[in-house]
Design a binder for this molecule. Structure first.
Ligand SMILES: NC(=O)c1ccc[n+]([C@@H]2O[C@H](COP(=O)([O-])OP(=O)(O)OC[C@H]3O[C@@H](n4cnc5c(N)ncnc54)[C@H](O)[C@@H]3O)[C@@H](O)[C@H]2O)c1
Length: 254
């Protein structure tokens, strides 16, 4: 499988340096970034090609892995899916725009293209997907961030946001991927609380789900990527797992 990457930052670096061709014949061949130097650096590290022409890249691959920004999803996904190419999308917050989501789904269906959303920086989506249509009554997410990660200097915890995921995306667009992913996994606008907490030095995500099945809680305490403290290591690792899962004979825990 030939892959092109959009966005050659922290996530792309981890993925590219962790995938070898023996991994299910995955070849990360093209690198595209609005900062061409970043594309060239990663391409030379990986033995690939820095793409100068976006559409050329799309024409030459089986799948595009987006790890750039929600704006890049809005700009490029319709073109990629319109050419019948599959996508892995990291900037899942883009799909909180329901009109855009509907349009993209239509394009993907019409062109027989698949969209894959990795679990990203949180655990527990397997359970949420399993119970989503079977009496799921409540899902909420509490995200705790360190004052440092938000550029704040405080010594007491402070609730920054409390409301629906669709509202959180407007106030914290860069921190919304986890809330967006959970919302999409259960097809509802989940309740979100974002807390700045001097007691934590990592991004912590607590999910609670209750329903006819019972109840579960998951806590994910993420270490950040060295190259981008806003991004959790687990997010990149989840995309690697997803890439490797294509064509596997046995799927576990899907
Ligand atoms: N799904 C999740 O759980 C999850 C977790 C962490 C990060 N993310 C998202 O993944 C994306 C990448 O994260 P990162 O830490 O690698 O970011 P990064 O800032 O380290 O790298 C992003 C790269 O994309 C490039 N870029 C941005 N917009 C572009 C555009 N329109 N066209 C071409 N290139 C563009 C930038 O120049 C940069 O090199 C972000 O949108 C981030 O919010 C998702």
């Amino acid at each position: 499988m030939k892959v092109g990457i959009i966005g050659c930052g922290a996530i792309a670096n981890i993925i590219t340096t962790s995938i070898v061709p023996e991994d299910n014949d995955i070849e990360i061949a093209y690198f595209f970034d609005k900062d061409i130097e970043r594309a060239e650096n990663l391409a030379s590290l990986a033995g690939g090609v820095a793409a100068l022409d976006f559409e050329d890249m799309v024409d030459n691959v089986d799948l595009i892995l987006e790890c750039a920004s929600p704006a890049s999803v809005k700009e490029y996904a319709p073109v990629i899916l319109g050419k019948g190419r599959d996508m892995i999308i990291m900037s899942i917050g883009a799909f909180m725009d329901t009109d855009f989501y509907t349009e993209v789904l239509k394009i993907a269906k019409e062109n027989n293209a698949k969209i894959h959303l990795p679990s990203g920086a949180v655990v527990g989506l397997d359970g949420i997907k399993a119970v989503a249509k079977f009496g799921l009554k409540e899902v909420n997410l509490v995200t705790r961030k360190s004052p440092k990660s938000l550029g704040k200097d405080i010594d007491k915890e402070e609730v920054l946001f409390e409301g629906k995921a669709s509202e959180a995306v407007k106030e914290f667009p860069l921190n919304i991927n986890v809330a967006a992913t959970i919302s999409m996994a259960c097809n509802r606008d989940i309740d979100v609380k974002i807390i700045v907490d001097p007691k934590v030095d990592r991004n912590v995500h607590e999910i609670t789900a209750k329903g006819d099945f019972g109840e579960f809680k998951t806590t994910t305490m993420n270490y950040p990527c060295a190259a981008n403290p806003k991004t959790s290591m687990l997010a990149a690792l989840s995309a690697i797992r997803l890439l490797k899962s294509f064509n596997e004979t046995i799927s576990v825990g899907m």
